[in-house]
Ligand binder design. Sequence first.
Ligand code: FES
Length: 159
Amino acid sequence: MTGWALLGQAGDLAEHGQWITGWVGTVPVVVRNFSGSLRGFRNVCSHRFALMLTEPAGRGPLRCPYHAWVYDAEGIPKTIPFNDSDFHLDDTARQALALPAVAVCLTGGLIFVNLQADADPALPAQWLTNGDGTLPDGSVIKADGTIQHRSTKARTGPC
Ligand code: FES
């Protein structure tokens, strides 16, 4: 499946550590706030392909519930319990096990995802605004993807 899918709202991921999950077709995805950067991945553990986060939203690390592998902002398993005794995964091996990334777009206060990691993030904003950056109510989508509501825009005429 290709194309952008709506996953949530900006407020769902306002703080570091917050995450939301959902599906793009039959593919489970997760988006997490990593110190202000929204990163998205397929929500399937690289170890034994378990569904990792099963709640619609939460706060905490990207940790698989089965053997507690924890993934970082690049989708790489950084914490692997018993790695030294059981798995022996070095940095190269860990990178090879990185979660497949999905593209994330925050625009108009909404969070969209696309299974193609290199998808054009301009498209969701164009859908919402007919390409001019202005929402139907006159509010404006700012460069950081948040909305400047019409009522807070500078007035240019007499009140
Ligand atoms: S299945 Fe995820 S850590 Fe083992």
